[in-house]
Design a protein around this ligand. Structure first.
Ligand code: FE2
Ligand code: FE2
Length: 178
């Protein structure tokens, strides 16, 4: 299990978003591995490129979901995505320019951005999406479990149990993430 790729408490309850987030966290794991193994800057550059590609694709998908569901805070969320992409572009430029000490900072910065964004903005958006997605028979029901019972990973996956309690694995992951 990677350091970041187990979503644990970082699951937001929207399957498409959680799947994308897991991929992004796996890339962060690869970056972390490359660093602790002292592997060359080229691998870090490739990993940063993959992260940028994944982020860009994910943000697009996430924004489309929000749009389909009429998410009222879409524009502000879109601006946050743009800021993250711009920051990542700056870090990639610095890494390409040979500032290799940026590598550790890069990972920490990515980790913080992604964790904070997932647990803040994305969690709010996912809650709205799961209550307003077109074709959902429970659409608009405020008593509906915002995470959706079929969407919650069981404790064996380091996620939440059906009654919403945090599994021990989830707690452990949260500790590693903050
Ligand atoms: Fe987002
Ligand atoms: Fe996201």
């Amino acid at each position: 299990m990677g350091l970041f790729s187990c979503l644990g408490n970082n699951m937001v309850g929207c399957p498409e978003m959680d799947s994308d987030h897991r991929t992004m966290l796996e890339i962060l794991d690869q970056l972390h591995e490359a660093m602790i193994q002292g592997r060359g800057g080229e691998l870090i550059l490739v990993t940063l490129d993959r992260l940028a590609e994944q982020e860009s694709a994910h943000f697009g998908r996430e924004e489309r979901l929000m749009q389909e569901c009429g998410y009222p805070d879409l524009e502000r969320h879109r601006e946050l995505h743009l800021e993250m992409l711009q920051e990542l572009a700056v870090l990639r430029c610095r890494a390409r320019a040979g500032h290799m000490p940026i590598a550790y900072d890069t990972m920490q910065t990515m980790r913080r951005w992604i964790a904070e964004h997932i647990n803040g903005e994305d969690r709010s958006a996912a809650k709205y999406i799961m209550m307003h997605r077109p074709g959902d028979p429970l659409r608009g029901r405020t008593d509906k479990n915002p995470c959706g019972s079929v969407l919650m990973a069981g404790p064996e996956h380091g996620g939440l149990s059906r009654n919403g309690q945090v599994s021990p694995a989830g707690v452990a992951v949260t500790g590693a993430f903050t």
